[in-house]
Design a protein. Structure first.
Length: 179
């Protein structure tokens, strides 16, 4: 089966190391990796996929809700600090800031997952899952180790020059899944 794929995530090296030492989080796990809401139950099951790529000082990604037969994609640019992931969605000119953490969770996550990514906003949480070998090569944008074949990943957009203000909020793909 072919499944759309994407992942969301980001991290600062020094801050991530400090947070990891204090809490067990490993924020480096978040970038350049495919994350999913769950394994699809059937070919029409709509599942959230997310990816945040860090390539040559360009940070971009996508959140995709997809089944074998339908795919809805929201491209984004991102930046992060020790505790906040900031997403900009150029199509709708919206921004979303969420708390985030990633950790190794083998045995605690649903089978067959090994890694957990938690996004949080206003007391609501969304947990996405991944595998150690679901890494994305930042040079080729190939995803290794997947049990399904995703379509090509998004490419970064050119900087927007119209200067229009951003509105607050976030895309429905992510917000509707934050518990």
């Amino acid at each position: 089966m072919k499944w759309s794929a994407v992942v969301m995530v980001a991290v600062g090296l020094v801050g991530a190391w400090a947070v990891h030492r204090a809490t067990g989080d490993d924020r480096e796990l978040m970038k350049n990796r495919l994350w999913v809401e769950r394994m699809p139950r059937h070919e029409r099951d709509l599942v959230l996929h997310a990816v945040a790529l860090d390539m040559d000082d360009t940070r971009f990604g996508a959140a995709v809700v997809a089944s074998r037969w339908r795919s809805v994609l929201e491209g984004f640019e991102w930046e992060s600090d020790d505790i906040t992931l900031k997403l900009s969605f150029p199509q709708d000119r919206k921004k979303l800031a969420v708390g985030y953490r990633a950790w190794k969770c083998s045995g605690k996550a649903p089978e067959p997952f090994e890694l957990c990514l938690e996004l949080s906003k206003a007391g609501r949480k969304l947990v996405l899952y991944s595998m150690h070998d679901w890494e994305i090569d930042p040079n080729t944008r190939e995803i290794h180790g997947l049990p399904f074949a995703p379509p090509p990943l998004p490419t970064p957009r050119a900087a927007e020059a119209d200067g229009a203000p951003w509105s607050e909020g976030g895309p429905a793909l992510l917000l509707e899944r934050l518990e």
